[in-house]
Design a protein around this ligand. Structure first.
Ligand SMILES: CC(C)(COP(=O)(O)OP(=O)(O)OC[C@H]1O[C@@H](n2cnc3c(N)ncnc32)[C@H](O)[C@@H]1OP(=O)(O)O)[C@@H](O)C(=O)NCCC(=O)NCCS
Length: 158
């Protein structure tokens, strides 16, 4: 079966609403992987996450790339990145639909985001990876991102 090709659409926080379905799949993925913070993902909604991103975009800048199936126009992947007032670039969220994985879509999304950060004068670049999602380390490692520290957070009802 010939796999249909993917095209990339670039924009800013105005594109966020188009990411809802894929973001919800990412949130379910995190819910499955997490051991200590399942509640967090259970309670998280697209509206809350979107509001958090918009708040960040307000004090800095935001870049969104959507990967779309050429044939259907359906969104099959995305990456949201930001550069804040301190010129720290952050990969905020990245997801590729399982059927479209391992064919370079994620890498292409990363390349666009990192180039945009450089263009914005980012002094350093970071990504937060949830504990349980260590599988993603290899993906980020290809772009020079290595584990730096671990955030310990108090659970709501210890
Ligand atoms: C991580 C993710 C975005 C990668 O997307 P993708 O389109 O499959 O990535 P690519 O095809 O561009 O892969 C690029 C390279 O990353 C590495 N990589 C990608 N997925 C990997 C995996 N599951 N395990 C190990 N390495 C992986 C490989 O080195 C790969 O290169 P290769 O295929 O030539 O070996 C995708 O797997 C995904 O959406 N995962 C679930 C969501 C997630 O974990 N997001 C990160 C949240 S912090």
């Amino acid at each position: 079966v010939k796999k249909s090709s993917v095209k990339f659409v670039d924009g800013d926080e105005g594109l966020l609403d188009q990411l809802r379905g894929l973001w919800e799949a990412l949130n379910r993925h995190h819910l499955e992987l997490s051991t200590n913070f399942k509640q967090h993902y259970q309670n998280m909604t697209f509206e809350v996450r979107k509001a958090g991103l918009l708040k960040k975009a307000n004090g800095g800048e935001m870049h969104v790339t959507i990967a779309q199936d050429q044939a259907t126009g359906q969104a099959v992947g995305y990456l949201v990145s930001s550069v804040n007032a301190e010129k720290t670039g952050e990969i905020e969220s990245v997801y590729v639909d399982p059927t479209y994985r391992r064919r370079g879509v994620g890498a292409q999304l990363m390349q666009y985001a990192l180039a945009w950060m450089d263009q914005k004068g980012a002094l350093e670049k970071v990504v937060e990876v949830c504990v349980g999602n260590e599988a993603a380390w290899g993906f980020y490692g290809r772009f020079g991102f290595l584990p730096r520290k671990t955030l310990l957070k108090q659970v709501k009802n210890p």
